[in-house]
Design a protein around this ligand. Sequence first.
Ligand code: FES
Length: 158
Amino acid sequence: MLSAESLRSIDREVSKYPTDQKQSAVMGALRIAQQEKRWLSSETIEEVANYLGMPPMAVYEVASFYNMYDLKPVAEHKITVCTNLPCALSGAVDAAEYLKAKLGIGFNETTADGKFTLKEGECMGACGDAPVMLHNNHKMCCKMTTVEIDKLIEELSK
Ligand code: FES
């Protein structure tokens, strides 16, 4: 069950749209649900669907289309590495390889201690700051050299 706080946040998203268009808030509602639960289980998707008066399959279609939504459990710290072309041409491939080796995991994997999940992401709109990574969908990490990666992992490991 989503918390009362999350439901209030979803209500705020819903209030941005006409009263007969609650489903327009589906992306915001999924973001809020994922923020609370860390990932979107079928139960959470169904709860969001019921809250917005939508068929669960329609909500699942949205959740499975965008790669910021996680349909499987992820670690406390999810790091998404942009590997689109501008970043790839500016060191993202090497940065991703360094991060994989440092954590001992590949993309879509989680470290044995459950602390880190690594994901591959699409352009985050900050190509000029490549290599770019996103922490838990919210914190943008720019110009991620090996030194910056070391700092980030050390900070998150505390
Ligand atoms: S290609 Fe990586 S942020 Fe745009």
